[in-house]
Ligand binder design. Structure first.
Ligand code: FAD
Length: 380
């Protein structure tokens, strides 16, 4: 019989207390890890992989994934309870975000049995994946992807360039969106593929971000050969596969992690009236976001999948990060540029803030989606 959520949570807390530091008021490092300048990216990779393996061995990985693919087959209430609890601890997270939250669920939703068989290795942390969607001329306008996959006797040959590919340099596999029908310039000409990132013709060039981190890469694909069974979903059905994935991406919940950031910020002291008011506006919005997400979680547990609400939460997350970053920047003033180690985390938050308005669909695109699909306003 399935254990109750309360019993599960007690076991989860015992596990986390035994393996991680409980810092509900500490800096939410997992939320900003991908932007940080890492002295040793390989060491970080190893820490993230080891943590995932530990979770798997203890039965805390893939809580909602089917048991035949290495998961626990539990209802989403358990995964949400775990995520809430884990957000109070310092754990090495970030490397496997795309793999666990987007690729794995997509494979489970549309993959063949052979493609789904990657899932246990994913849960054990043995396979890092990346998402090869964006291109220099196709970001918001994803249907404009021009990377070409042409048929060969044995499968497909791929040529093109991707950009902003998170964690590509650590990835063993990629989930690629390419154009298979050049006659179709938009959605119907696209197909999703699985690509081995060690294949001849794949070149990964890391890009340095303004935060100092280098989690993104440009990926060049030059006559990369794929077998016929690399197709994910239907040939010409890449748009539907991509939309399935982006649905998973928009359902992230950062409200509680932002609560940690608020508590960090309150320690700065806010003697000046106008900066204090800005900080308090950010605190109010963070509380509203956390309450909104809690309601979304309750509805999810009751069986209502997240729809447009997830887009609203995504917009609000970017807003709260920016409000907090701006208030802290005003509070610290020129001190924020000191490289003495005292303000590094805040500089990281300030320089990472724009990314929360871009990743997974820019604010403008998300607002258009809400206007058209939620409010039913006329299409622009
Ligand atoms: C942290 C982070 C991680 C990412 N990881 C990945 C990844 O792993 N894989 C991947 O494939 N991509 C990734 N991306 C890329 C991301 O998906 C794109 O940056 C995003 O979709 C925007 O595309 P773009 O950068 O080409 O901007 P553009 O689409 O060129 O947009 C430029 C500006 O124009 C505005 N704009 C564009 N079209 C419209 C319109 N129709 N109406 C109103 N305004 C518009 C945009 O809002 C934006 O302000 C990541 C980005 C970030 C920040």
């Amino acid at each position: 019989m399935e254990q109750s959520v309360d019993t599960f949570l007690k076991e989860a807390r015992d596990f986390l207390d035994g393996h991680a530091e409980h810092r509900p008021d500490g800096f939410p490092d997992a939320m900003f890890a991908q932007f940080r300048e890492l002295p040793d990216p390989e060491a970080w990779r190893a820490d993230c992989v080891a943590w995932q393996r530990l979770l798997y061995d203890a039965g805390f990985a893939g809580l909602t994934w089917p048991t035949e693919y290495g998961g626990r087959g539990l209802p989403s209430a358990y995964a949400l309870a775990w995520a809430d609890l884990e957000s109070e601890y310092d754990v090495p997270r970030g490397l496997l975000g795309v793999t666990l939250e987007m690729v794995g669920p997509t494979l489970l939703a549309v993959g063949t049995a052979a493609q789904k068989s990657h899932c246990p290795a994913i849960l054990r942390g043995e396979e890092v994946w990346c998402q090869l969607f964006s291109e220099p001329d196709a970001g918001s306008d994803l249907a404009g992807v021009s990377t070409r996959a042409t048929r060969t006797d044995t499968g497909w040959r791929v040529n093109g360039q991707k950009v902003w590919t998170s964690e590509a340099r650590h990835a063993k596999y990629g989930y690629l969106l390419a154009r298979t029908d050049p006659e179709q310039h938009r959605h119907p000409g696209l197909t999703a593929f699985i690509i081995d990132m060690t294949s001849p013709g794949v070149e990964v060039r890391p890009l340095r971000q303004m935060t100092g981190g280098a989690s993104f890469s440009e990926v060049f694909l030059d006559d990369v050969e794929l077998s016929a069974d690399a197709v994910l979903g239907e040939i010409g059905g890449g748009w539907a596969v991509a939309m399935t994935t982006l649905g998973f991406e928009r359902f992230s919940s950062f409200g509680r992690s932002l609560g940690r950031l608020v508590r960090q910020a309150s320690e700065l002291g806010w003697p000046d009236q106008s900066t204090r008011e800005k900080f308090l506006d950010a605190v109010i919005d963070q509380r509203a976001l956390a309450a909104f997400e809690a309601g979304m979680h309750r509805r999810l547990v009751a069986g209502t999948p997240p729809g447009p609400e997830a887009a609203l939460a995504k917009l609000a997350t970017g807003m709260v990060v920016s409000e907090l970053a701006d208030a802290v920047a005003e509070r610290l003033g020129p001190r924020l540029s000191l490289r003495d180690g005292t303000v590094d985390d805040w500089r990281l938050v300030l320089l990472s803030a724009p990314a929360f308005h871009i990743a997974g669909g820019t604010d403008e695109i998300v607002k258009t989606m809400i206007a058209e699909r939620v409010l039913g306003l006329p299409r622009g």
